[in-house]
Ligand binder design. Structure first.
Ligand code: FES
Ligand SMILES: [Fe+2]
Length: 395
């Protein structure tokens, strides 16, 4: 890959190829639980400094952080009077950026109508805050069933990693790293059994996702772990698509979004949704496993090589804030990584040509429930043969 393509994939500021493509989608910009009407928060997304706040009516706003009057930061403002009041001279702006008050102006002044604060459409769904940072008419906010349903429990977690979002999306379709990076026995403790074996895996790219299918030996003879993992543009990774209401098998959902803070920093939003009656797999296994003491390694920056997060941090951050892809040597085992790049690059090129983009919903009628049909399950060997992962718009 040359420098031009590397830039195209990785730069996210306004005006960049990937940045403008990302801005055509609804993107996660926070959790509902992080934003209250007490105080606004400064945030940074896609290289833009922004203000996230909740007004007295409970509505969320994502706006420019700088007061258009004389530039004070609205981070010190007060949430009142139907919006946020700048601390300096008291101008008030609502979540849509409309100016509601200018206390110092004479009665009858229409100056208030000439002033707006730049604001992006923001919506809440299932405990997440989504924003449309593009221009023009936003698409439909995807109604993922695991965000919209109330017949289960949602658990959010996440982390900020100091490297470009592409490094983290590529990691999703790199099953070999799991065996090596996460499979090493530290302090004499065994690694998770399903990771002990380097899997044989097939990689497939469709119009809407790139995925691998791996099969590893199961715990009993005649069983296997059937594992599908998908990258779903623009920034979603799906480990378990889970079950829909009414499915006989109740299965958890496990998804993540790799949201660029800027070119060099990424916040991962992780969501697990457990439909009532589903097994909380993973959590219990993890808790049952003894927690090893820290194993700090590294000269310039230290990471705990005894934790999965520390291991992934060490590998991905040490690639560099933006890895120089012109210097790497891609191998047979990197075919998942290659498909992630190809799919996202082709999406960026479609965006530049003004063509329809994958996973962008324009019709409200299509949006009853969005399901990402990706399966991970312990099955009888060969039981799942012909399953094709896909994004499904449930009627
Ligand atoms: S700088 Fe904000 S009201 Fe004057
Ligand atoms: Fe990992």
């Amino acid at each position: 890959m040359d420098h031009v393509e590397n830039e195209m994939l990785t730069k996210v500021a306004p005006g960049t190829a990937a940045g403008e493509t990302l801005r055509k989608y609804w993107l996660p910009v926070g959790l509902s639980s992080e934003v209250n009407s007490e105080a606004p928060r400064l945030v940074r997304w896609l290289g833009e400094d922004l203000l996230l706040f909740r007004d007295e009516f409970g509505r969320v706003g994502l706006t420019e952080p700088t007061c258009p009057h004389r530039g004070a930061s609205l981070d010190y403002g007060w949430i009142e009077a139907g919006g946020i009041r700048c601390c300096y001279h008291g101008w008030v702006f609502d979540v849509n950026g409309r100016c509601l008050e200018q206390p110092g102006e004479p009665p009858g002044s229409n100056f208030i109508d000439k002033i707006t604060l730049k604001a992006y459409p923001a919506r809440e769904l299932g405990g997440m805050i989504w924003a449309y940072m593009g221009s023009g008419q936003p698409p439909v906010l995807p109604n993922y069933h695991f965000l919209a349903r109330d017949d289960g429990e949602r658990q959010f977690s996440g982390y900020v990693r100091e490297c470009n979002y592409m490094q983290q999306l590529e990691n999703a379709l790199d099953p070999v790293h799991a065996t090596i990076l996460h499979g090493r026995a530290v302090h004499g403790l065994p690694a998770a059994p399903e990771w002990m074996e380097t899997p044989d895996f097939n990689v497939v790219a469709s119009e809407t996702m790139a995925y691998y299918v791996a099969r590893r030996k199961g715990p009993e003879p005649g069983t296997e772990w059937h594992r599908e993992v998908a990258y779903v543009p623009p920034i979603m990774v799906v480990h378990h698509g889970g079950s829909l209401p009414g499915d006989p098998l109740r299965e958890m959902v496990d998804v993540a979004w790799r949201m660029p803070i800027d070119d060099f920093t990424t916040r991962t939003f992780t969501l697990k949704f457990f439909p009532h009656g589903s097994a909380k797999r993973g959590n219990e296994e993890k808790q049952a496993r003894p927690k090893p003491p820290p194993l700090m390694r590294g000269t310039r920056k230290q990471y705990d090589m005894a934790t999965i997060n520390g291991q992934d941090n060490a590998a991905q951050e040490s690639q560099g804030a933006i890895v120089d892809r012109s210097r790497e040597h891609l191998a047979y085992s990197d075919r998942g990584v290659i498909q992630v790049r190809k799919l996202w690059l082709s999406t960026i090129e479609k965006s530049q040509r003004g063509e329809a983009l994958p996973n962008l919903i324009r019709q409200e009628a299509q949006n009853r429930w969005v399901h990402v049909d990706v399966v991970e399950r312990l099955v009888k060997s060969g039981e799942i043969r012909d399953h094709v992962p896909s994004v499904i718009y449930v009627e």
